[in-house]
Design a protein around this ligand. Structure first.
Ligand code: SF4
Length: 304
């Protein structure tokens, strides 16, 4: 039988030091990426009241943590309130977030609204509930933000969410559109910001682990993830395995769009490209109708 010998203390200390250095580097990278996204998109300005939506998942914990760090040294003054919606899913540990937030000393509020019963009543058994659940959650949070005068609503979507949404729209909705870092809600009443827009999901997972956030899983209700989203997620994981860095390349491409190299005449005026002054143009109907344009007869020059 082999005996596992304990590592000598200096080796352990070196490993601890290396771990602490890595954690420091990661925290610095996250602050840098979040600060850059805030600046690039004008996410937060002086006097903003920012409502940070906290679900209890790794992404929203990380967002809150990094925003609180940045707030201390920010060039503008803004307030932060963490808000969670208790949707009354069975098994939701109600005390976890209040305990965490109280210990942190951050202003917070828990909205209680039983969207779970609505979702289970409306969605047929066996179908995924996440889409309706998220819509109801968004509605409750946005309403609360409006009632309490918040000027920005911060959501914890990260770089990989932005890329996944782009592919979902591309593959299943024939649209070149994604999840923007800053957005005006459909009713024009809320400005939504995504401060983690530049942050890799893997970095968030490592950060959440290092910080030991008290994670509350989002599948307590037992609902399955939407199949299309799952497919896109698997595809992205495979790409990243086979070609590390590909997701970052795609994320960068989302911020470097050339309308003249795509095919949307609403974004780029292809009609005027190379158009000669006075030259007649015909629409698609005329092209398809097959009626030839009456060309002037040779020698029949009107100036003659
Ligand atoms: S897993 Fe459950 S709680 Fe989470 S979004 Fe889906 S339906 Fe809602």
């Amino acid at each position: 039988m082999s005996t596992v010998l304990p590592l000598p203390t200096p080796v352990l200390r070196n490993a601890d030091r290396r771990g602490a250095r890595e954690a420091d580097k990661l925290a610095k990278r996250l602050r840098h990426q979040v600060g850059k996204a805030i600046a690039d998109f004008g996410m937060i300005e002086d006097g903003d009241k920012v409502m940070v939506c906290l679900s209890g998942g790794k992404d929203s914990y990380t967002m809150l943590d990094v925003l609180l760090q940045l707030q201390k040294k920010a060039p503008v003054s803004f307030s932060i309130t963490a808000v969670n919606l208790d949707q009354k899913q069975p098994g939701f540990p109600e005390h976890v977030l209040p305990d965490y937030l109280r210990a942190l000393g951050v202003d917070f509020h828990i909205i209680e609204q039983d969207t779970y019963s609505v979702v289970t009543r409306v969605v047929p058994e066996g179908k995924t509930m996440c889409s309706l659940c998220s819509r109801l959650r968004r509605g409750a949070l946005y309403t609360w933000a409006e009632q309490h005068g918040f000027t920005k609503i911060a959501l914890g979507h990260h770089r990989d969410d932005l890329v996944a949404t782009f592919f979902l729209n591309l593959f299943f909705h024939a649209k070149l559109s994604g999840m923007p870092p800053k957005l005006l809600s459909d009713d024009g009443r809320h400005v939504v910001i995504r401060p983690l827009a530049y942050v890799r999901e893997a970095d968030i997972a490592a950060y959440a682990e290092a910080k030991r956030f008290p994670i509350i899983p989002c599948n307590l209700c037992g609902s399955q993830e939407n199949l299309q989203r799952k497919q896109v997620g698997l595809m992205m994981q495979q790409w990243e395995r086979e070609s590390p860095g590909r997701i970052e390349t795609i994320a960068r491409a989302l911020g470097d769009i050339r309308p003249s190299q795509l095919s949307d005449p609403k974004l780029f005026d292809f009609l005027s490209l190379g158009h000669r002054d006075g030259a007649a143009r015909a629409d698609a109907h005329a092209w398809l109708a097959g009626e030839p344009h009456a060309a002037p007869a040779p020698g029949n020059d009107s100036d003659a």
